[in-house]
Design a binder for this molecule. Structure first.
Ligand code: TYD
Length: 388
């Protein structure tokens, strides 16, 4: 991972150096071709101090306004816009500096205008050529390189899922919450920003976002993928049975302690917690699906069957110990059957209570799911169309 970042930084610095070369070249050309009204050609030496101002402003604009943002991946249009922005800001700053220091009195304004015009052309052309060269040198990958983003809890399942897609796991990077450099020998990234940097600087064919609530995927990352014409896939799931860490004391009189940690264990933000108590055996509850709400269910005491229905098939998960949890994504019809009186059902939910967000009619659920599936498929189609 560290190497990736270093590699990325090296490329970034190469673009900064390229910009400085372009700036000097543009000034040399401007000084060379501009003749004043007396047909006198300015000596390039006359401009050396102004070029120093320009170079200092250039570095400032690059760092403060981040004008080299995703330079390696951005399209020609984005390149032109970013370079244009860079030139305009630099020009305005230079004008302010020259005006306030009166340092510009001895210089020909036309030469400065010309220098910036050439600089703009050089900047775009050199960036495009340099990117082409870098990409050509990095060569074609015989295996796809992908970035897998997932939470700690789903790392192994995510890898397993991707293996089914015949993706070389050695080239997959993970977004993790744990402070580890590698998982299963695969380097990790820990923040969205780092993930975006890896996408930028390393050749990534596809981004897989696995098992995360879509709302947790920041818009800027999705936008970055789109901007970079990068294919991304939400490798989604309907439900997952998870192990809840449980500490059993050697002396049974101390009982057992189970815990769940936000983000690490729960792939959605928790906005609501509720529990169902004072129950009788054979109680049936539920009979609804959610449009938005993600949930984590667990039963700290007793035994409860959770019958899940995705509109096509049914599954039953039995929650019968505090160390077992069930994550449910939206779009699942559920029925809860109490197998033992007094069993307690606890629920962590991603949404505040909102009756509108429930589907309580089964036919409506089937209709909704059909539409959702079609919508999801067509969304994927659109993404594929966009990226191909
Ligand atoms: P309901 O969702 O019908 O329970 P279940 O599906 O498990 O049988 O909820 C019963 C009542 O409780 C219903 O009137 C709505 C209310 N309620 C809240 O006000 N806030 C909540 O967070 C929940 C879960 C329910």
């Amino acid at each position: 991972m560290k190497n990736q970042i270093r590699y990325g930084k090296l490329k970034y610095v190469s673009f900064i150096l390229l910009d400085l070369i372009a700036l000097i070249g543009a000034n040399v050309l401007a000084a060379h071709i501009y003749l004043d009204p007396n047909y006198k050609r300015y000596d390039f030496q006359d401009y050396s101090s102004i070029i120093l101002y320009m170079a200092a402003i250039d570095l400032l604009v690059t760092t403060v306004f981040n004008t080299l943002d995703r330079v390696y991946r951005r399209s020609v249009r984005k390149e032109v816009i970013a370079s244009g922005k860079h030139i305009v800001i630099s020009f305005v700053l230079l004008a302010v500096v020259l005006f306030t220091t009166k340092a510009g009195a001895d210089y020909s304004r036309v030469t400065v205008y010309l220098a910036y015009a050439f600089y703009f052309v050089f900047l775009v052309a050199l960036h495009l050529c340099w990117k082409y060269l870098l990409k050509a040198c990095s060569g074609k990958h015989d295996r796809p390189t992908a970035l897998l983003m997932t939470t700690d809890r789903f790392v192994d399942e995510g890898l397993e899922e991707l293996n089914k897609l015949n993706i070389d796991v050695r080239n997959i990077y993970l977004l993790k919450n744990l402070n580890k450099d590698a998982v299963n020998g695969i380097p990790t990234v820990r923040t969205w920003e780092e993930a975006a940097a890896v996408i930028c600087w390393k050749w990534i064919d596809k981004v897989y976002i696995y098992g995360l609530d879509h709302q947790m995927v920041p818009g800027f990352l999705i936008k970055a993928c789109k901007d970079m014409k990068l294919n991304f896939d939400l490798v989604d799931f309907n439900y997952r049975v998870i192990d809840v860490t449980t500490i059993q004391n050697e002396d049974p009189k101390y009982g057992a302690l189970s815990f769940l940690e936000g983000k690490r264990d729960i792939p959605f933000p928790i906005r609501r917690v509720y529990w169902i108590t004072e129950t009788e055996a054979d109680l049936h509850r539920g009979f609804h699906a959610h449009k938005l709400n993600c949930q984590l269910l667990y039963c700290p005491y007793g035994k409860i069957d959770i019958i899940l229905d995705d509109g096509q098939q049914k599954t039953t998960v039995t929650l019968d110990k505090p160390g077992k949890g069930l994550i449910l994504m939206p779009g699942l019809w559920r029925e809860m059957v109490w197998q033992q009186s007094g069993s307690v059902l606890c629920v962590l939910a991603s949404e505040y209570y909102d009756a509108q967000e429930y589907i309580r009619n089964y036919d409506e659920f089937i209709e909704y799911n059909k539409k959702y599936r079609e919508g999801a498929d067509s969304l994927k189609q659109t993404e594929k169309g966009f990226h191909s």
